[in-house]
Design a protein around this ligand. Structure first.
Ligand code: MN3
Length: 224
């Protein structure tokens, strides 16, 4: 009986501890759902090792400051300079990686399951002149990012849509972002996101991305 009580206390206290930490959002589709544009092995490794790695490193860095587990990740990233100095870089890089990938998975869907609505099309035309011009500018942001980083479509505070790119795991919510605002579409252009299938051909990966964009999610993010 004593042993059972001990075990129960152990299980409950461990789960309370784990519950407070940052966990990956569940992948909204199967690993092979974005084939052939994004292959299943890349999805599996990207989610379970890269994304999980950022979450694990973030949680480990916050061990000294467990009250921070209760904060929203976006709030931590928006206020990095107010965090203890010894964890600022880890939160920026690993917290950024944790946050960015949670967004990225949601912004994709199996090919053919969503379609750009007339309303969204009009919004893109209003902001960029044409849907083609929007796509070209977004592709360019992904292609010209030297090294590792992300391409973004951002809703800036005035309500306008802008395209940007960030290095490493930075994002438009960082207080020092060049284009600050709400991310409404993003593409991971780290080599780990495409190398197994596309090797050095980043352009082919960036173009393939259009087949798996979740346009419903993009529209929802722009509207809310
Ligand atoms: Mn990645």
């Amino acid at each position: 009986m004593k042993r059972l009580t001990f075990l129960l206390v152990l299980i409950i206290s461990t789960s309370v501890l784990v519950m407070g930490q940052f966990k990956l959002a569940k992948l909204p589709y199967k690993y092979n759902a974005l084939e052939p544009y994004i292959d299943s092995t890349t999805m599996y490794i990207h989610y379970n090792f890269h994304h999980q790695g950022y979450a694990t490193n973030l949680n480990k860095a916050l061990e000294k400051y467990p009250e921070l587990y209760k904060k929203d990740i976006a709030e931590l990233l928006q206020n990095i300079k107010e965090l203890p100095a010894d964890i600022q870089t880890t939160v920026r890089n690993n917290g950024g990686g944790y946050y960015n990938h949670n967004l990225f998975w949601k912004m994709m869907a199996p090919a053919g399951t969503t379609k750009m609505s007339g309303k969204l099309e009009k919004k893109l035309i209003d902001n960029f002149g044409s849907v083609e011009a929007f796509k070209t500018e977004f592709e360019k942001a992904g292609m010209t990012r030297f090294g590792s980083g992300w391409a973004w479509l951002v809703k800036v505070p005035s309500g306008k849509l802008k395209i940007s790119s960030t290095a490493n795991q930075d994002s438009p919510i960082n207080s020092d972002a060049e284009v600050k605002g709400k991310p409404v579409l993003t593409l991971d252009v780290w080599e780990h996101a495409y190398y197994l299938k596309y090797q050095n051909k980043r352009a082919a990966y960036v173009k393939a991305f259009w087949s798996v964009v979740n346009w419903d999610e993009v529209e929802k993010l722009i509207d809310n």
